[in-house]
Design a binder for this molecule. Structure first.
Ligand code: AMP
Ligand code: ZN
Length: 285
């Protein structure tokens, strides 16, 4: 098989895009998609101070690396959850990543808040998620970051959406959109710059870029049912996941609440269509 872009020997076959690419062309392809989603879905604002949350895994490491390649300024945050050797290894990988991509790293320990995930009995995973969100938000706000970027993938977002819709919680399903704005001044905006990328694409990117990775799953990883359903649909209908997340993102875009900066009426843009027309008419008189 040959690379669709340059004709060299292809290394990867992306069924979702019906394209085969060599390593270099894949990296370029990956960067362009992330760059396009950042623009299209307004993932970052011009004056954002960005905090990138990294776990040591392939997805958030690929995100940090591609954001650097695209020229974004940011700092890294890692939370040590106190899960035996798993946390120690993750922390080491994140330190290596920070050196490699030359971005400063903040490490916070859940232990300093009075407990570790290893000590929690029962619902470790949901407690871990709550603890991470709490610590990330508090740290970001106290250090004047205006947005937190996480490495949620297209599969994460699709599985989360389907699970919540199936559970009758539609309002919840929309929590993982490309960018969610705070509903209170104590909450920092959240963004998912690689929401269009699949786990496989992140893995290929991370390997080709030789990123330090913690490959083992967390020993307390959640029940994978919804993820497996998503993998199965993608296997039978290649492109499903990509189209699904794009579909959700477009919905958000359409219903984003905004007001015209001239007249204050509801608008999808900075200045509403009526005021744009009116300004043309007035200025041409
Ligand atoms: P998860 O909730 O484990 O699916 O992770 C989703 C995203 O949260 C990752 O892509 C990271 O951006 C972030 N994240 C997960 N674990 C950590 C951690 N220990 N420290 C900092 N960020 C994390
Ligand atoms: Zn090529």
């Amino acid at each position: 098989m040959k690379c669709r872009k340059c004709g060299k020997k292809a290394l990867v076959n992306l069924k979702a895009y019906r394209i085969s690419l060599c390593g270099d062309c894949f990296l370029e392809f990956y960067r362009r998609i992330v760059e396009r989603s950042i623009k299209k879905y307004r993932i970052f604002k011009n004056d954002d101070k960005i905090l990138v949350a990294v776990s040591g895994g392939k997805d958030s490491s690929a995100m940090a690396s591609v954001l650097r390649e695209l020229g974004h300024d940011f700092e890294l945050l890692h939370i040590d959850l106190g899960i035996y050797d798993y946390s120690k290894d993750s922390r080491d990988k994140v330190k290596e990543l920070s050196k490699l991509i030359e971005k400063s790293l903040h490490i916070l320990e859940l232990r300093d808040y009075g407990f570790t995930i290893s000590e929690v009995k029962g619902k470790k995973c949901s407690i871990c998620g709550t603890a991470k969100r709490y610590i990330m938000n508090r740290f970001a706000r106290e250090n004047r970051f205006t947005v937190i970027a996480t490495g949620h993938t297209a599969e994460d977002i699709t599985a989360f959406y389907l699970k919540n819709i199936a559970g009758g919680q539609k309002e919840y399903s929309e929590k993982l959109l490309p960018r969610t704005e705070p509903f209170d001044e104590r909450v920092v905006a959240r963004t998912r710059p690689i929401f269009e990328m699949s786990e496989k694409e992140n893995m290929i990117y991370a390997i080709l870029k030789n990123l330090p990775l913690k490959l083992e799953e967390c020993p307390f990883a959640p029940n994978p049912d919804w993820k497996e359903i998503v993998y199965e649909i993608e296997r039978r209908k290649p492109g499903f996941v990509k189209n699904f997340v794009r579909g959700i993102a477009v919905e958000q875009h359409r219903f984003e609440k905004k007001y015209c900066s001239i007249c204050g009426e509801v608008s999808t843009r900075e200045i509403c269509s009526f005021c744009r027309i009116r300004s043309r008419f007035i200025s041409s008189k």
